[in-house]
Design a protein. Sequence first.
Length: 268
Amino acid sequence: MSCLQTIQDYGLRSIGIGERLLPKENFTLCEQFTLIGSGMIWNIYFGVVALVTGFVLATALGVGKTQANPWIRKPAEWFIFIFRGSPLFIQFFFGYFLFLSLKSVNPFFDAFTAAWLGALIVLFLNTAAYTGEIFYGALQSIPKGDVEAADAYGLTGWTRFRRVIWPTSLRLAWPAYTNEAIFLFHATTLVFFSGFPAWQQRGDALYYASYFADKTFNPFVPYPILAGYFIVLTVCVISVFGLINARLNRHLPQAQRRKINLRPNLIR
């Protein structure tokens, strides 16, 4: 089988398009590149959707944590504390069995036991908690002069928040938020190893890399391929977020623009 035929057969296999059965023996390098690359579709899906939806909830959490009203502040604080204080792997585990229990009560929750929805919800809640803390810190770091200038112009309430406070806090938070986005994409590799099953062997990139490593007893081919794909994905994330960062700081002199400083998350 040619490499082009392999790509046609397995390029979209992770989403149910193409060859149904996985190769069993005599694995070629093209098959490994193709299937692991096919699994990256799921990693990108989980990361992009969780990042976009989590941004909205994180904004509410960050703002809620700054409020003086304890009925607003305390729920935001406890939400952030619980999801930041527990390992993501355990969150996947408990999330799956929670949805499994709800499924036995009401058929409506049947879709929640599938990775495409259930695991996505867990990732969404997790990244919202971490990002909410980042936004809270940025809101606390807004220069006092910016707020005083807004008051001097007569800006109050929602107008002041929308035109001064939120843009400034977003500019301050963006480098740290970029690191969170990178970690989120890396964290998607835990989905099919935490309880959510891979239906008909349709898993993510790490799922296929582990499959080849188990079958060949040689992890030094599939795992470097997997790492290469994630390095490319990370470069793409850095590039996109770098463009957004430049846009947020376009009004500042070049010397004062905040640069994105990437720091690896060693423990989470």
